[in-house]
Design a protein around this ligand. Structure first.
Ligand code: HEC
Ligand code: HEC
Ligand code: HEC
Ligand code: HEC
Ligand code: HEC
Length: 415
C-alpha cells in the first residue's frame, strides 16, 4: 500500500517534523546554545524571531494541562496582570477585521507574509490554513493548542515560548518560583528595542516610498536622545513591564508626545500676532512613526459666548497614494522637531481664549484605502468578507478622537 502523506493528520506531520528538528537542535544546543543567557542580544534574537516560529511540539510529560497550554487565557490563570493588560492592548487585536477581510482574498504566500507579524506561530499558521481550506486535514489540534489560537493575534507564547520553554527578561523577583512550567530562561534581549524591531522595522531592502522605508521606527529611535540615554521602546510602551503597548490610539499617550506653547503678542500697529508652537518632545521616533495616522491641528479663538473662529490649520502625517508608490507629503515631526501655526487679530478684545485643538485619526490611511476599494468590489465579495470590511471601516472611524492641547486667556491681554 502506498502511504499517502495527505491522509496523515496534519498535526502528526508537524509533530514528526518537530521531533526530527528537536534532535538536530538538541545536538546543536550542546555545542552552542543560541538561547543561552550569555548569547549576545543579536544572536538571541536571530534565533528567537525565525518565521514561522517552529512548532512547540509535544509538551514535557511533567507539565500539567494548564502549564502545557499555549492559550493566553491559561497563562492568565497565573499571570493575571499581564493577561488583563495584553487584552486591552492592540497586540491582542492583530487579527481583527482590518486584516481579516484581506486575508480571505489573498493566496497562501501573501497570507504567510502577513502572519509573520500578525500571528507568527506555526500552530497559528496551521489553524489558519485549515480555516482557509489550504490544508485538507480536518483533525482537531491537541489539547494544548486552542482551536482559535490564530484569531487571538500576537499571543503570549509568540513572544515568550520556544519548544515549551518560557523565556523572559531578567527576573524582577530575585527569588522567583522555578518549579512551574519547568522554570524560565532569562535574557536581556527582552528589555532591548531590538526585540520590537522584528515587527516594527523593515530591513534595509524592504519596501520604500520616495526612498524612505515604510516602517522605520527602530532606526528613527536610534537617532534620538532617548536612545543615547538607554530609554528603549519598553520604557515608554511597557512602563514597569506592563503589557499595555499604548500608542497613537490613546489620547494620553498622544498628549505626552507633544510640547505646546501658545503666544499672543501685539505688533507695532497693535495687531495681535497669535502663535502655537508644537514640538515632538515625547515620542521616541517620528510623530507619528507610520503613514497610517493623521493628526490635524487647529489654532482657534473663542469669544465670550463660546463661539469658535479658526485662525489656522495644519496636518501632521506622512500621506502617500493608495497604491503605496508615491509620497503626497511628509509632514511628520522627527523627535525634537517643531512646527508653528500663525494667526492675526485686529480686535482681540472680542475674544477671551486662544487654544490649540487636535483631531487624531489613528487609522486614516486604512479608512481611505478601504473606502476607495469598497464601491468597486462590493458585488464581488463573499458576504462574510464584505461584512468584515464594513466592520473594519466602522471601527477605524470609531477610534478617532479630539482634545484641547493648550489654552490661553487672551481677554486680559487685550485690556
Ligand atoms: C500554573 C501557573 C502558571 C502558568 C499557567 C504559566 N505561568 Fe509563567 N510563571 C509562573 C510562575 C510561578 C513564574 C515564576 C515567576 C513569578 O512568580 O512570576 C513564571 C514565570 C514566567 C516567566 C518569566 C518571568 C520573568 O521574570 O522573567 C515568563 C516569561 C512566563 N512565566 C510566561 C508564561 C506564559 C507565556 C505562559 C502561558 C503560555 C505561562 N507563563 C503560564 C506561573 C505560571
Ligand atoms: C509583543 C511581545 C509580548 C507579548 C505578546 C507578551 N509579552 Fe510578556 N514580556 C514582553 C517583554 C518585552 C517583556 C519585558 C519588558 C521589559 O523588560 O521592560 C515581558 C515581560 C513579561 C513577564 C515578566 C514580568 C516582570 O514583571 O518581570 C511576564 C511574566 C510576562 N511577560 C508574561 C506574559 C504573558 C502572560 C503574556 C500574555 C498574556 C505576555 N507576556 C505577552 C513581551 C511580550
Ligand atoms: C513587518 C511586520 C508586518 C507585516 C509583515 C505586516 N504587518 Fe500589518 N501591521 C504591522 C504593524 C506594526 C501595524 C500597526 C500600524 C499602525 O497601527 O499604525 C500593522 C497594522 C495593520 C493593519 C491595521 C490594523 C487593523 O487590524 O485594522 C492592517 C489592516 C494590516 N496591518 C494588514 C496587513 C496585511 C494585509 C499584511 C500582509 C500583506 C500585513 N499587515 C503585514 C506590521 C506588519
Ligand atoms: C520616549 C518614549 C517613546 C519611546 C522610547 C518609543 N515610543 Fe513609540 N510612541 C511614543 C508616543 C508618545 C507615541 C504616541 C504618538 C505617536 O504616535 O508618535 C508612540 C507611538 C508609537 C506607535 C504608534 C504608531 C504611530 O504611527 O505612531 C508605535 C507602533 C510605536 N510607538 C512603536 C515604538 C517602538 C517599536 C519603539 C522602539 C524602537 C518606540 N515606539 C519607542 C513614545 C515612545
Ligand atoms: C511579532 C510582531 C510584533 C512584535 C515582536 C511587536 N509588535 Fe507591536 N505591533 C505588532 C502589530 C501587528 C501591531 C498592530 C496591531 C493592530 O493595530 O492591529 C502592533 C502594534 C503596536 C503598538 C500600538 C500602536 C498604535 O497604533 O497605537 C505599539 C505601541 C507597539 N506595537 C509597540 C511594540 C513594542 C514596544 C514592542 C516590543 C516590546 C512590540 N510592539 C513588539 C506586531 C509586533
Amino acid at each position: 500500500m502506498k502511504l499517502k502523506i495527505n491522509s496523515l493528520p496534519a498535526w502528526l506531520i508537524v509533530v514528526t517534523m518537530v521531533i526530527v528538528l528537536a534532535v538536530f537542535i538538541g545536538k546543536a544546543f550542546k555545542l552552542d546554545n543560541p538561547f543561552a543567557e550569555t548569547a549576545s542580544v543579536d544572536e538571541f534574537l536571530q534565533n528567537h524571531w525565525t518565521y514561522p516560529i517552529p512548532a512547540q511540539g509535544k509538551p514535557p510529560a511533567s507539565f500539567s494541562a494548564l502549564e502545557a497550554s499555549l492559550d493566553p487565557a491559561s497563562c492568565g490563570e497565573c499571570h493575571a496582570d499581564q493577561f488583563a493588560q495584553w487584552r486591552s492592548s492592540l497586540h491582542s487585536h492583530t487579527m481583527g477585521p482590518g486584516i481579516g477581510w484581506q486575508l480571505q482574498l489573498v493566496d497562501m504566500k501573501t497570507a504567510q507574509s502577513c502572519l509573520r507579524c500578525h500571528a507568527p506561530m506555526t500552530e497559528q499558521l496551521a489553524l489558519f490554513s485549515q480555516q482557509r481550506g489550504w490544508s485538507n486535514s480536518r483533525s482537531t489540534p491537541p489539547d494544548y493548542i486552542p482551536e482559535n489560537l490564530h484569531q487571538q493575534g500576537l499571543v503570549c507564547a509568540a513572544c515568550h515560548v520556544r519548544a515549551h520553554v518560557r523565556h523572559g527578561p531578567l527576573a524582577s523577583k530575585p527569588n522567583a518560583e522555578r518549579n512551574v512550567h519547568g522554570g524560565f530562561e532569562e535574557h536581556e534581549a527582552y528589555s532591548d528595542s531590538r526585540f520590537c524591531a522584528n515587527c516594527h522595522q523593515f530591513k534595509a531592502d524592504g519596501p520604500r516610498i520616495n526612498g524612505k522605508l515604510r516602517e522605520n521606527t527602530y532606526e528613527e529611535w536610534l537617532a534620538t536622545d532617548f536612545a543615547q540615554q538607554g530609554q528603549h521602546c519598553q520604557s515608554c510602551h511597557m512602563p514597569q513591564r506592563q503589557h499595555v503597548w499604548r500608542g497613537i490610539h490613546d489620547k494620553e499617550m498622544t498628549r505626552s508626545a507633544l510640547g505646546v506653547e501658545l503666544a499672543a503678542q501685539p505688533d507695532a500697529e497693535g495687531v495681535y500676532q497669535l502663535e502655537a508652537k508644537i514640538t515632538n518632545s515625547g515620542a521616541g521616533h517620528h510623530f507619528p512613526t507610520y503613514m497610517v495616522p493623521e493628526i490635524v491641528l487647529y489654532l482657534e479663538v473663542l469669544d465670550a459666548e463660546g463661539r469658535v473662529r479658526e485662525l489656522a490649520q495644519h496636518t501632521i502625517a506622512w500621506r502617500v497614494n493608495l497604491a503605496l508608490t508615491e509620497e503626497i507629503f511628509d509632514q511628520r515631526l522627527a523627535a525634537g522637531e517643531s512646527v508653528s501655526l500663525h494667526g492675526k487679530l485686529q480686535n482681540i478684545a472680542n475674544y477671551t481664549q486662544l487654544r490649540l485643538r487636535i483631531h487624531v485619526a489613528p487609522r486614516q490611511h486604512y479608512v481611505r484605502t478601504f473606502e476607495d476599494y469598497l464601491p468597486h468590489n462590493r458585488d464581488k465579495l463573499q458576504p462574510e468578507t464584505l461584512s468584515l470590511l464594513l466592520q473594519s471601516i466602522r471601527e477605524s472611524k470609531a477610534v478617532e478622537y479630539e482634545f484641547i492641547a493648550a489654552e490661553l486667556a487672551i481677554g486680559r491681554v487685550a485690556n
